[in-house]
Design a protein around this ligand. Structure first.
Ligand code: ADP
Length: 452
């Protein structure tokens, strides 16, 4: 096992990794920017190093600074969390060069799956269905439009290096296409430093269903069931649940087998997620693989009772997977709501500031993963996620009631949050009936409070 793990992240996920290390008896190192010196991850880690000024590119994305912090503190492994450098093959390589274990897949695997067009090509050779689309990236607008016509409108233009819902544009017809193509390229270049895009059929009325994968270095790869992440705003997830109301045992086996086939083919080690779109007739299509722990991993933890972060650390250290799972043993029902420091009444504008009052929900089957506390300052530099409320119930009905009660009793004052909006979504008849697709939020404008 590792002796000391440096956590190259901040916020709730940094705390989550510290907890896992503590349980494993592994020491921890926090790194932080000047905006985060009062953060709980700094307080709870055994060691801490300031790695730079507030902007991410100067701190949490500063590879030499983070490697130096690991060397100074004697860390023998780095956990990247999600976001920031979690899917940077360059970072995984830099760790390897410094003889520090990267808790995640190899640089080569990150590179392969990080190129969405290349991942699609590989998946097709394994007999896993993909959304109909162009073969590889397209740079020429005329060639792109020919492809779009062949695929049939509507189409979605996606950045090959994409992530976090950025660099994606939907075009309903040829007139809209040229403009959308340029916008997607510009956005991709700005966000990822790479303008490459490809074109895919846009599946309206589809659900986002993803499979949690775990693998070890001893040839074992398994899935831990699915998460339904169809409740999204602008292609970003807001609420996730397991099991999916749209997946029965037969479909779970079929989709899970496809996910395991892909992960096993690349000898995947650690935690990964294979994302699919599921259409109304039960057809499923590979979208992408994320080679890291996901924001929504607690949903699977609650519905399986397994600790995915501990398992990630153990398998990175060479241990065998410690659990057995046959894919159909999700227990009860789990739901997660992402609480953001944003104002839903003002187009979800980020709302940084000081938290003046804080009281988290509790009781049976309620888990809150957060880094905030009364008096803390939410800086303006980073992602606006401030807490994840996860509930578990014997069935979906109980989980829904628990989530309602949890959101009702969650007090965060001093900043605007998405709690009232999430409450409205949870109580919406379509969500209650489990009948949502990725356009649910967009369609139901009544969910949004009137703009002041
Ligand atoms: P990112 O890596 O930026 O999160 P994804 O490929 O995971 O991008 O897609 C994010 C979301 O965008 C999906 O969950 C889905 O709602 C939507 N999306 C992506 N591709 C398609 C498609 N072909 N048809 C319909 N929706 C899509």
């Amino acid at each position: 096992m590792f002796k000391k793990v440096l956590i190259a992240n901040r916020g709730e996920i940094a705390l989550r990794v510290i907890r896992a290390c503590r349980e494993l008896g592994v020491a921890t190192v926090a790194v932080y920017s000047e905006a985060d010196n009062e953060s709980l991850h700094v307080r709870f880690a055994d060691d801490d190093v300031c790695i730079g000024p507030p902007p991410s590119r100067l701190s949490y994305l500063n590879i030499p600074g983070i490697i130096a912090a690991a060397e100074i503190t004697g860390a023998d492994a780095i956990h990247p969390g999600y976001g920031f450098l979690a899917e940077s093959s360059e970072f995984a390589e830099a760790c390897a060069e410094s003889n520090i274990a990267f808790i995640g897949p190899t640089a080569e695997q990150i590179r392969l799956m990080g190129d969405k067009a290349a991942a699609r090509a590989l998946v097709q050779t394994l007999g896993v269905p993909v959304v109909p689309g162009s073969n590889g990236a397209i740079g020429d607008p005329d060639e792109a439009i020919k492809n779009a016509e062949k695929i049939g409108y509507p189409v979605i233009i996606k950045a090959t290096a994409g992530g976090g819902g950025k660099g994606m544009r939907v075009a309903a017809d040829p007139e809209a296409f040229a403009h959308a193509f340029q916008l997607a390229r510009n956005e991709a270049l700005a966000a990822f430093g790479n303008a490459e895009v490809y074109v895919e059929k846009y599946l309206a009325q589809a659900r986002h269903v993803e499979f949690q994968i775990m693998g070890d270095r001893h040839g074992k790869v398994m899935h831990l069931g699915e998460r339904d992440c169809s409740v999204q705003r602008r292609h970003q997830k807001l609420i996730e649940e397991a099991p999916s109301p749209a997946v029965d045992d037969e479909l779970r086996t079929e989709m899970g087998d496809a996910a395991v086939r892909l992960a096993a083919n690349i000898d995947y080690v650690g935690a990964g997620t294979i994302e699919f779109l599921l259409d109304k007739s039960g057809g499923f299509y590979f979208m992408e693989m994320n080679t890291r722990i996901q924001v929504e991993h607690p949903v699977t933890e609650m519905a399986t009772n397994f600790d995915l972060v501990k398992e990630q650390i153990r398998t990175a250290a060479g241990a065998k997977l410690s659990f057995q799972f046959n894919g159909n043993r999700l227990r009860g029902h789990a739901i997660e709501c992402r609480v953001n420091a944003e104002d839903p009444a003002r187009d979800f504008q980020p709302c940084p500031g000081t938290v003046t009052a804080y009281y988290p929900p509790g009781g049976p089957g309620v888990r809150v993963d957060t880094h905030i506390y009364q008096g803390c300052v939410i800086p303006s530099y980073y992602d606006s996620l401030i807490a994840k409320v996860i509930v578990h119930g014997l069935n979906r009905e109980e989980a829904l009631a628990r989530m309602s009660q949890a959101l009702d009793s969650f007090i965060v004052e001093g900043i605007k949050t998405t709690i009232p909006f999430l409450r409205a979504v949870i109580q919406h008849p379509e969500f209650k009936a489990g009948e949502v697709d990725t356009k649910f939020i967009e369609r139901n404008t009544d969910l949004l409070p009137a703009t002041e």
